[in-house]
Ligand binder design. Structure first.
Ligand code: ATP
Length: 233
């Protein structure tokens, strides 16, 4: 599904991301962890087309992310750390607006179903976004990803600032996304959340992927130890 090959980004003589390789299958969640400055955001920015790679390539369902950029962009959804939508619109109006920008035609019924699948309570659908918490705004973006049938969902620090209940809620929503067959890449510092929701965890250090862990095989304590081992080395 997503295949990243030798992706590299340099800023002057600083190598932010150094010949990175990884794959994410359909229905799989990969969490990227690493210290500040390890190259996680730069990786995300390259996949989003915000930053051009210095070299290397990436494909989504076999299409080149850079040579077929507009085709690929239709299949990608980005959920930033803070989802900024129109505060004076309710959730339904915001999604209608996003749909117009994406040249999609959606019925209220479709939007209601997607907002429910994303875990939003029906009573909140018609509240202005100004009244929404961070977690609720995230759900609106995820509902749009479901409506868009996004094949790749990229998330930046989705659980930072979420309380434990909202975090569990978020994990459930990610499971819904997985069931629909999207590939999910999450950049996070949240080891507990990564352990709970990732199929695999990649640890980045100085632009390299230094460890790639299948989550199921490790307890949280083992994962934490393995994470710290990377930085002691
Ligand atoms: N626009 C830029 N110009 C110059 N250097 C940059 C730029 N963006 C990132 N860098 C450098 O690239 C390296 C990787 O940064 P990046 O933001 O990708 O790290 P990160 O892993 O996301 O860190 P954090 O966890 O703090 O968000 C750092 O050394 C950073 O200073």
């Amino acid at each position: 599904m997503l295949e990243v090959n030798q992706l590299t980004k340099t800023f002057g003589n600083r190598i932010a991301v150094d010949h990175l390789n990884f794959k994410i299958a359909s229905g799989e969640v990969l969490c990227l962890l690493g210290a500040n400055g390890a190259g996680k955001t730069t990786t995300l920015n390259m996949l989003l087309g915000f930053t051009a790679p210095s070299s290397g390539s990436a494909t989504l369902d076999g299409d080149d992310l850079y040579k077929q950029a507009s085709l690929c962009r239709q299949k990608i959804m980005y959920v930033p750390e803070n989802v900024n939508l129109y505060p004076r619109f309710d959730a339904i109006e915001n999604i209608h607006y996003l749909a117009v920008l994406a040249k999609m035609k959606l019925t209220d019924q479709q939007i209601h179903e997607a907002l429910s699948s994303a875990g939003l309570k029906q009573a909140d659908f018609t509240k202005h976004l100004a009244e929404y918490s961070k977690g609720m705004r995230q759900k609106v973006a995820i509902a749009f990803a479901l409506l868009k049938h996004a094949r790749l969902i990229l998330m930046d620090e989705p659980t930072s600032g979420l309380d434990p209940v909202a975090t569990q809620d978020f994990i459930q929503v990610v499971n819904t996304i997985k069931e629909r067959g999207a590939a999910v890449l999450i950049v996070t510092h949240d080891l507990l959340c990564a352990h709970q929701l990732a199929d695999r965890i990649g640890i980045m250090k100085q632009g390299h992927l230094t460890d790639l862990i299948t989550t199921q095989s490790l307890t949280l304590d083992q994962l934490t130890q393995r994470y710290f081992d990377q930085f002691a080395a």
